[in-house]
Design a protein around this ligand. Structure first.
Ligand code: IVH
Length: 336
């Protein structure tokens, strides 16, 4: 190919970014690839070549700029503008019915629930300013978390730019898919490194890396399910929020139920519990939320959690394993 001028390169880089973003969205957000890996790689390398030739054309939102920056000395603390709350738990059908009865007493209006999968990962907050991803943080203690923007930029399911120039904070769960976890542990085992106990620990360890190159190799993903300071979205309910953030290019979980009948909610829980092993990611329950935001506010909060939502937790899994060996170690004081 004959060399492009700066002006031609700028236009070509813009087209390449647009296409690569669309293909990336289809692949990582919608799980519905539009092109082959080879086609993607070809365009990606063309963009890298242009950006190498004309570094002045590099923008932070370029798909080539996910990994980078420096190795950090530590993570900065960030105070959440709106606290990241936790959830009360339900462990059986009785707990669920008691929750429904409490809600009925706390509002006179008719209402419905949205049921979502409870993803077993780490809660994260993503700030977008004028549609650009500017800051990512962990939940921490709910009030103060750690700034992990560099690491979250490597998560391909997190768009570096949204489809509208909107300013708000989106929240969700960052997790390691089951196949990525199995592969990672296999590799670590081969290298004689300690293996991770479960995908959640592996995701936590991956987000805590000071070198984002390591995080980038861990194949993390994300599901978004909440927001803060989101007046700009103009949505009035949880289901509208999920639809809106999905339109913006953010990844949401398609498995959900909207219902005003607690028996239907229960049937959904039972169905998901049966199918949980067929999912490509780990879940530890189902979250049930009152849908309408005004009704949520009317129902209110305790100090730590909303009264308008509850987490139905699946029973801890029992699995058989073979005990191969026991190594005894004698401590300094002679205790085995
Ligand atoms: S809503 C104010 N939805 O579960 C509501 N949480 O036990 C806050 N989680 O800290 C959370 N999937 O890390 C919500 N679909 C989902 C979730 C979810 C996983 C986690 C989240 C939260 C914890 C609470």
């Amino acid at each position: 190919m004959s060399k492009l001028t700066l002006l031609e390169s700028e236009e070509r880089a813009r087209i390449l970014r647009e296409r690569l973003n669309a293909y990336g969205h289809a692949y990582y957000v919608l799980d519905a690839p539009m092109v082959s890996d080879q086609e993607y790689d070809k365009l990606y390398h063309e963009l890298v070549a242009i950006e190498t030739e004309y570094p002045e054309l590099i923008i932070q939102e370029s798909p080539t700029q996910r990994v980078g920056g420096q190795i950090l000395a530590g993570f900065e603390k960030v105070a959440h503008d709106v606290p990241m709350l936790s959830l009360g738990n339900a462990f059986n059908k009785e707990d669920l019915i008691a929750f429904d009865e409490r809600i009925q007493k706390l509002t006179d209006k008719p209402f419905n629930y949205v049921c979502e999968l409870k993803i077993d990962g780490l809660a994260v907050s993503l700030k977008y300013e004028a549609g650009r991803f500017v800051r990512g943080a962990t939940r921490g203690d709910g009030t103060v978390g750690e700034e992990i923007t560099q690491n979250l930029r490597t998560v391909k399911a997190i768009p570096l730019s949204l489809r509208e120039p909107i300013t708000f904070e989106v929240r969700g769960e960052c997790y390691m898919p089951k196949d990525a976890f199995a592969k990672l542990n296999e590799d670590r085992d081969e290298k004689g490194q300690e293996i991770f106990a479960n995908p959640r620990n592996a995701a936590a360890g991956s987000l805590r890396q000071l070198d984002s190159k390591v995080t980038a190799e861990r194949h993390l993903s994300v599901f978004l399910y909440g927001a803060a300071n989101f007046e700009a979205l103009a949505v009035n309910s949880q289901s509208e929020l999920l639809n809106k953030i999905s339109e913006l290019g953010l990844r949401t979980n398609p498995l959900r139920l909207e219902s005003d009948a607690i028996e239907e909610v229960w049937a959904f829980i039972e169905d998901i519990q049966e199918r949980r092993h067929t999912l490509p990611y780990e879940i530890d329950g189902v979250v049930i939320k009152v849908n309408d935001f005004e009704t949520q506010e009317e129902i209110g909060y305790t100090v730590r959690a909303p009264r308008w939502a509850i987490a139905y937790k699946f029973p801890a899994e029992e699995k058989e394993t073979i005990l191969r060996d026991i190594e005894w170690t004698v401590g300094r004081t002679g205790v085995v």
